[in-house]
Write a protein that binds this ligand. Structure first.
Ligand code: ADP
Length: 403
């Protein structure tokens, strides 16, 4: 009988899960992982162990799964399967990735009913994200009442930002309502800092800009391991150009859509979050690889695809400049997440535009996606570090569970 920890990451229609089991050396290693997707439409559950052996593959075709009760039943069924799979081992804690911790939670917390209620009250801030995180916590609290449910927040890492970086220039009452710059992707940034500390990198105590470039994209300016500025703000819509999100735009555009185009709030939400970014500008896809292929093969949308790539890179470069200004200098630039880890061409373009900062990269090392891609002459260390948000969650969960 061994101790295990379950790590959950819920999206609007999916639930990713990973089970870690303590080995003889006391280290928690991955035992199996899985995905429940299509919640609310055609649910599909699949789980594999570390050797890749399929443990379960199941489809449901009941259209009734769109209701909240049916969703909870589906989550309950998945959790029961996981518990069955755990067998005689003991689940000592369950960790949940939660988008928003609000002003109150700047570190992971064991959830009780009051905390769950508070997290629910933050839903108006991030209506597309927060509601997804909460049903799995609720269902878990019912199914495994004696097991601590630990919430790990995407906002927490940015709590160290100074007041001037957190405020909007709105009338004070908005700030009192919690309308402020929070920042997201915190578990990813925290992992990068952890990695720098573990590898005894001089950047662990330096001025670093980290570029988390995935479907969602953001930057964080980090000094001595602490966040001083970031590009996402009140919601994960702000900042850089993303797969389907606008990034920063003039707020008056929203008024134009509302007053002149007579769009409903829901329609505006869809434009801003789902139809913009790389997808909106390229007219091709939200996926970087599809857009690059369109340019390379000179497809019918090649010009707009190239414009999307140019815009993505330009906004990234200018925002990195802003992060350097907040840091009053820069010692390191780190690329992470899908695009950051794999797109050597973009990294090269960004670094060449930033050569005025003294950045010089080794193109061979960059093409090979090595961890260190700057030359020994470069005034700024440039690294590619694969992110691992789950590892960060596991660390927090074990710390809280064992206390
Ligand atoms: P998410 O934010 O959903 O976790 P990821 O971090 O997996 O996303 O990043 C997804 C993005 O990474 C997509 O735009 C995808 O095209 C891009 N990507 C993955 N591999 C490559 C590659 N080899 N070159 C360019 N972009 C890539």
């Amino acid at each position: 009988m061994a101790d295990t920890v379950l790590v959950l990451n819920a999206g609007s229609s999916s639930l990713k899960f990973s089970l870690y089991r303590e080995d003889k050396e006391g280290v928690f290693t991955l035992n199996f992982r899985g995905l429940l997707e299509g919640i609310g439409s055609n649910p599909y559950l699949k789980s594999v162990d570390i050797s890749g052996k399929v443990l379960i593959e199941k489809k449901w075709d009941d259209p009734g799964f769109a209701s909240a009760d049916a969703r909870d039943a589906l989550l309950g069924e998945t959790i029961e399967w996981i518990s069955h799979q755990v067998g005689n081992d003991r689940i000592i804690a369950v960790g949940h990735r939660v988008v928003h911790g609000g002003l109150k939670y700047s570190s992971p917390v064991i959830v009780n009913n009051d905390i769950l209620h508070h997290l629910d009250s933050l839903t108006p801030f991030v209506p597309l994200h927060q509601p997804a995180s909460l049903p799995p916590i609720r269902v878990m609290m019912e199914k495994l009442p004696n097991v601590p449910q630990i919430a790990c927040f995407d906002t927490a890492f940015h709590a160290t930002m100074p007041d001037k970086a957190k405020r909007f220039a709105l009338p004070r009452e908005y700030d009192d309502l919690g309308v402020r710059r929070y920042g997201f992707h915190g578990l990813s940034y925290e992992y990068i800092v952890h990695h720098l500390q573990q590898t005894k990198s001089p950047l662990a105590t330096g001025k670093v800009v980290v570029a988390h470039l995935g479907n969602g994209a953001s930057l964080s300016a980090i000094k001595d391991g602490k966040c001083v500025e970031t590009t996402m703000s009140f919601t994960p819509l702000d900042g850089l150009v993303m797969g389907t999100r606008t990034g920063h735009i003039d707020a008056s555009i929203v008024l134009y859509m509302l007053q002149e185009q007579k769009l409903t709030p829901k329609e505006i939400e869809t434009v801003l979050w789902k139809k913009s970014g790389l997808l909106g500008v390229s007219g091709v896809s939200n996926d970087m690889r599809d857009i690059q292929r369109e340019v390379e093969t000179k497809g019918k949308n090649a010009i707009s695809a190239q414009q999307a790539l140019n815009l993505f890179a330009y906004r990234l470069i200018t925002e990195i400049g802003r992060m350097c200004a907040a840091l009053e200098g820069v010692d390191g630039l780190i690329f992470t997440a899908g695009i950051g880890e794999h797109d050597a061409q973009l990294r090269s373009e960004v670094c060449s535009s930033l050569s005025w900062l003294g950045i010089e990269i080794d193109e061979q090392a960059n093409k090979a996606h090595q961890e260190l891609i700057s030359t020994s002459n470069s005034k700024v260390i440039v690294q590619v570090i694969p992110t691992n948000e789950e590892a960060m969650m596991l660390k927090h969960i074990l710390k809280l569970a064992k206390n």
